[in-house]
Design a protein around this ligand. Structure first.
Ligand SMILES: Cc1cc2nc3c(=O)[nH]c(=O)nc-3n(C[C@H](O)[C@H](O)[C@H](O)COP(=O)(O)O)c2cc1C
Length: 317
């Protein structure tokens, strides 16, 4: 792993040993986390929601291929979630193990409203997590004006996002932890800039993770049935994977431009599947990159990032 250490970077006193890692949504149990720590692979643990949930059943993930090449993925937040209590129970031990291996331990939390999100952030700080991604790409279920209609995703809801950031200033303030705001890909530019400017001004958020999936994608299987079919009737899912890369790069570019003078970082997530794309992300302004779909489609093999991606990156520099 000697050459790979050349990529290490520091932010707020924390060392990031590698230029890429596993994005939120795959590693949710303590066992899975330990397997990745043992393989020297960095990852976001979670997302964790406040309550445990069993997921929405059925086919809630779909990967579309163009020949042998992964084209895009669809997913509908359908995975089982162990809940925040589980994260608080197992997190401290995992943090120690990760630190012993030279890795930083990183949690991802997903709230269902402004209030719920603030509570999760406070719990993650109290549990001692060094890095906390706050997933702003979840529906704001407390939005009374929209009850009965499609619920706005929190980061699209500019009033709710402003309220969240204001509440964090008064109830949380600056902390030792690195706290990052994760937004959806494909936002209209004014909404995107609203989110980035909130991060720029915030004394709580230290950067932005851009992006989560593009909401509401759809595909059909060869038999004409929707590619996403769940027990609760959801047939559309967030689009991730290589197809969203240019959209994500646009968000990374906007984020890096606005956050340039604010001493904040940009994490480039979405469509990353090769050393070349990591390099492009970094040139566009990403401090670090993450991947979900490519890792998942590689069979979640803990050595995939280390052996298939980082070694190529080291060789090609
Ligand atoms: C199956 C699946 C589950 C996901 N779950 C989460 C999650 O729990 N929390 C989160 O912040 N993002 C989640 N994401 C979004 C990914 O972390 C990532 O932001 C997105 O898929 C774009 O990256 P990619 O193109 O490498 O897949 C999920 C994505 C997929 C495909």
């Amino acid at each position: 792993m000697g050459v790979i250490e050349d990529f290490s970077r520091k932010f707020k006193g924390v060392t990031f040993p590698y230029p890429t890692m596993v994005a939120g949504g795959i590693v949710k149990t303590a066992d899975h986390a330990q397997r990745l720590i043992a393989a020297d692979t960095m990852f976001e643990w979670g997302s964790f929601t406040t309550d445990e949930s069993l997921g929405n059943g059925g086919r809630d993930y779909f990967a579309a291929y163009n020949g042998h090449e992964l084209d895009f993925t669809l997913n509908s937040i359908g995975l089982t979630n162990p809940g925040m209590k589980y994260a608080e129970q197992h997190g401290p031990e995992l943090c120690l193990r990760a630190r012993d291996s030279g890795l930083t331990f990183w949690i991802n939390v997903s709230g269902q409203s402004v209030f719920d999100t603030v509570a999760l952030i406070k719990r993650a700080i109290a549990a001692g997590f060094e890095i906390i991604t706050v997933n702003g790409s979840c529906p704001n279920k407390a939005d009374k004006a929209n009850q009965g209609r499609a619920m706005p995703i929190l980061c699209y809801d500019t009033d709710a996002t402003s309220e969240l950031f204001e509440t964090l200033e008064t109830e949380v303030g600056p902390t030792k932890a690195i706290i990052l705001w994760k937004i959806s890909a494909g936002m209209p530019q004014p909404t995107l800039e609203h989110n980035i400017r909130l991060v720029a001004k915030s004394s709580v958020m230290n950067g932005i993770v851009t992006c989560n999936t593009v909401p509401n994608g759809f595909d059909l299987l060869p038999d004409g049935k929707p590619a996403i079919q769940t027990d609760n009737g959801i047939i559309r899912g967030g689009v991730g994977g290589p197809a969203i890369f240019p959209i994500v790069l646009g968000h990374v570019h906007s984020s890096a431009t606005i956050l340039k003078d604010a001493s904040k970082i940009v994490i480039g997530t979405g469509g990353v599947n090769s050393a070349d794309r990591i390099r492009t992300m970094k040139r566009t302004g990403a401090f670090l990159t993450q991947m979900n779909s490519a890792f998942r489609e590689a069979g979640e093999d803990p050595t995939f990032i280390r052996d298939d991606i980082l070694r190529h990156l080291a060789e090609e520099v």
